[in-house]
Design a protein around this ligand. Sequence first.
Ligand code: 5GP
Ligand code: MN
Length: 343
Amino acid sequence: MISRILDEKKIKRLARLIDRAGRIVITTHLSPDGDAMGSSLALARVLGNIGKDVAVIVPDQPLEQLMFLPGAKDVIVGSRYADFAAALFRKANLIICLDFNELKRIDRLAPFVDASKAAKVMIDHHLDPSDFADPVISHPEMSSTCMLLFRVLCRLELFNFIDKEAASCLLAGMMTDTGNFSYNANDPDAYIIEAELVRKGVDKVELYNRLLNRVTENCLRLTSYALLNRMEVFADAHAALICLTRDELNNFHYVKGDTEGLVNRPLAIPGIIYSAFLREEDGYVKVSMRSVGDFPVNKLCKDHFGGGGHLNAAGGEFPGTLDECADLFRSLLDENKKLYIDK
Ligand code: 5GP
Ligand code: MN
């Protein structure tokens, strides 16, 4: 048995909203990852299985490696079909927001959700949920929205409507948000849930290979280049930094997703507690940080790099040049050590 953690009142309200809703829209964050896509597709599938009219709308195109997930090809991409997306949000009576905590995270879709008269629900595991939805089912202690969603579905008495396809999507999100259960993976319930999903017929080996064990040649070479030539290790400060310019990315024919996971690599060095990866974009720098233990990269990103996130995985957008951003990171090393490491 998994532990009971969900608020009964919120579940009842959600059950009532789903029951009454004719048209449901599910939406998730910009650059949808495995958990965002997995949770959205799983919920859409289960609600479809009980006869609901459901659409999934994402702000922009998901990573190619996620497009094999059941239902992924039916997702409406807001950047391509803005008018269609706007109409669906307008007509919806229920909008379910998955894997994000504030409207800013859905980018161009935010005004549509904001303007819609539909009831709004949030199911998410990021810290500091905003209050645009009711109920807000927010559990930052959960390693993935997919794991939280599994619990929600059970409490809604929809376990039997989780078919193999929905189960694959749920496990996809649980695996991608934990690196195949290698971080944020000490919750025993995760393994009970995983077992239930595998019992539904999911091919976990296949999922692992497709989601976490595939790289293109360009991606492998870019990763190797970045680690060999662009990784700075600040052993005394227990930190590492990797920066890539547009030109460097172009040299390796970079496509979205190629630098996924790169930021984690320096954490394998004994003594390194936090790591940053800075990617030059047009007019800003995309910041990505990871840490181990109680070093709060979300606080670092929030205070200095225009973002936020989880304790051990955070990011932001820095409005300046790559050099400025890197200099800022380096200038904070001593302070971070005092504040969070030597404390
Ligand atoms: P990633 O490094 O994979 O892009 O992001 C890791 C986590 O950091 C995300 O799950 C999200 O919680 C947070 N994050 C990434 N980028 C941003 C951002 O620009 N703003 C905020 N608030 N959070 C971000
Ligand atoms: Mn997530």
